[in-house]
Write a protein that binds this ligand. Sequence first.
Ligand code: AMP
Ligand code: FES
Ligand code: ZN
Ligand code: ZN
Length: 313
Amino acid sequence: MKCRVCRQPAVIDLRRHNANFCAEHFVEHCREQVRRTIDHFKMVAPGDRVLVAVSGGKDSLALWDLLVELGYDADGLYLGLGIGDYSDESGRYAREFASQRGLHLVEVDLRDDIGFDVPTAAAVTKRVPCSACGLSKRHLFDRAAIDGGYDAVATGHNLDDEAAVLFGNTLRWNIEYLGRQLPVLPARAGLPRKVKPLVRLAEREMAAYCVVRGIDYQVEECPMAAGNRHLGYKEALNAIEASSPGAKSAFYFEFLDKASHLFANRAQTERDGLQACQSCGTPTPGEVCAFCRLVERTAGATPVELTVKAPPL
Ligand code: AMP
Ligand code: FES
Ligand code: ZN
Ligand code: ZN
C-alpha cells in the first residue's frame, strides 16, 4: 500500500477516494477537504472569528486543529454537561488540547452556570437525555458566540453524522428537518452562523487524523446515548458503504445538490413564524423558548446521580 502522492508506505486507505496516503499527505488531504468545504459553502469569511464547539472527542478537537492550521481565528467552547466521569474526562481533554497549543477555551458549565445538568434534566422531563442535551447545546453555543462576539459556531459533525441524520430524517420524511439539514446555516435574528466544516471527512478519518497529529481525545461514547437511534443508522450505512464505497458520501452530497432546496420553503415558513422568547430573546414558535422552559422546570430539582445500565453483552 503506497501513498498516492509520494509513493512512500501508506498509513491509511480511503476506499471512497480510491487512494492511500502516508501520514504527511493524509494530513494534507484532510486540510484540503476542510478548505474546500469552507470555500464551497462560504462558511467563514476573511477576518471572521470562529467559536469551535469542542466536546473533547476526536471530531471537534481535529476540527479545532484543522482550522487553526489553516490560519483561521478560532477559539474553543467546552460545555460541561454534568454526565459524571464522562464529562469530567471530556473537559480534561479539551483543556489539555488548548493549553498545549496556547489556544483560548471558553467554558460553560450547565450545573454551575445555568443550574441543572443533563441527567437531572432527563429525569425531570422524563425524556431521553439526548433531547435536553441537544437543546442545551444548541442554545448555549449560540449564547456563548453572541456574548463573545463570534461570527460563526463550528461543530465537529462529520460525514457519518450527517449521513446518519439524513437517513433518519428520510426514513420518517421529517421534511421540516430536511429543509434545515445544511452544512451552513446563515446568521439570523441575532444568532450566529452555524457551520460544519468536517462534512467531507468520515469518522474513521478523524480518528486517524488525531493519531497522526498526536491529539489525545475522549474515546468513550457518551454513556447516556446508549440506544440512540443514530448509532443504528450509522451501522446500516457502514454496511452499505462496505459493499459500495462512496455510497454514504453520494447519499449526503447528492441530497444537498439535488433535493435539499425542495424542502427549503417549509423551513423558511417555520422561521417566519418565530418570535423572540420573552425571557432570553431566542427565536421561538411559542412565547418562551424550549431552553428557558427547561431551566424553569429543572429549577429546584434534586440533582440526579448518573446511573448507567451496562450495555448488553
Ligand atoms: P454530538 O451532539 O455529541 O454528536 O456532537 C456534535 C458536535 O457538537 C461535536 O462535534 C462538537 O462540535 C459539539 N459538542 C458536543 N458536545 C459538546 C460539549 N460538551 N461542549 C462543546 N461542544 C460539544
Ligand atoms: Fe448529550 Fe450524551 S452527549 S446525552
Ligand atoms: Zn505521501
Ligand atoms: Zn428563552
